[in-house]
Design a protein around this ligand. Structure first.
Ligand SMILES: [Zn+2]
Ligand SMILES: [Zn+2]
Length: 288
């Protein structure tokens, strides 16, 4: 694919301070023949993870601003940036889910091409505790669940008290030290612990970004059948797969809409797995 790629031999500027080139350089080189360069700029001005849940529209806009920031700093015309938002699962509110976005910007063609994925494994978690509770079964189970120490933590004083905000905690000794310092700054002696979701602190997110990189590269390698612009691919899934028993439309995907990032051309395609009917278990009539 590399030699036919419209981006072969081109330099692409990745805006990151969190080592995302480790996940993205390979897909871009092998899939498109493009060379990633890290943009020397400070993305913290666009906001950092503060524990607030960002809506998708906001995450996309932040991602776009981040990519443009890198293009300005590097003087290149091809840019790449990623952004994540975390919140309740759209269908199962008790489950937390990570939404990872990866955006490619081509200033010469006036293109911006987005890939995204929902990731159940990439979840944000937080809890409060007193330092004395560290050895307790509950806290130890929580630490195992958030995959500490392979996944880093952030600590700060509980109840919003001012004080240290300690990031990238990766060892038992660092955790004990952080708990002591944050508890000392809280009148109740309590500490908020949460998962450090920055990519270099969270291998699950890094893996998710890598998969997204391959997904984006596949899309950039597909030209639009109408105008030839790079970036042809899935835009939306359309529900309505008919029940195999009574024919009622279910919530399952019936068709995929593919589209172009440059022109209005779209095509409806059948499901990739060839499934034409839904099990009655999904039917609002047969199985309400
Ligand atoms: Zn039915
Ligand atoms: Zn097109």
């Amino acid at each position: 694919m590399g030699s036919l790629s419209p981006y072969a031999g081109r330099r692409v500027c990745l805006t990151t301070r969190h080592g995302k080139e480790r996940a993205l350089a390979r897909p871009f080189l092998h899939g498109l023949g493009a060379i990633l360069e890290v943009a020397p700029c400070d993305t913290d001005q666009l906001g950092t993870f503060s524990g607030e849940v960002e809506r998708l529209g906001d995450a996309r806009a932040t991602c776009h601003r981040k990519a443009l920031l890198g293009l300005e700093a590097s003087g290149l015309s091809l840019g790449l940036a990623s952004e994540a938002s975390f919140g309740p699962h759209p269908a199962v509110p008790l489950l937390s889910v990570g939404q990872e976005l990866l955006l490619f910007v081509d200033l010469e063609r006036g293109l911006s091409v987005l890939e995204q994925r929902l990731d159940l494994a990439t979840s944000l978690a937080r809890r409060s505790l007193e330092p004395g509770e560290l050895a307790s079964e509950g806290v130890q189970a929580w630490l195992a669940q958030v995959r500490f120490p392979s996944h880093a933590l952030i600590a700060r004083p509980a109840e919003g008290h001012p004080g240290p905000c300690l990031k990238a905690i990766r060892t038992q000794a660092e955790l004990e030290d952080a708990l002591a310092r944050c508890a000392a700054a809280s009148p109740e002696g309590r500490v908020w612990l949460e998962t450090d979701m920055r990519a270099h602190c969270n291998p699950t997110r890094m893996a998710s970004i890598r998969r997204l990189g391959f997904q984006l590269v596949r899309r950039l390698g597909r030209p639009c059948p109408a105008c030839g612009a790079p970036g042809w691919g899935l835009q939306a899934t359309l529900p309505g797969l008919p029940c195999s028993c009574c024919g009622t439309a279910t919530a399952l995907t019936a068709q995929e809409r593919w589209g172009c990032a440059a022109c209005p051309h779209t095509e409806l395609r059948p499901r990739r797995d060839g499934l034409q009917q839904a099990d009655p278990g999904h039917c609002p009539w047969c199985n309400p």
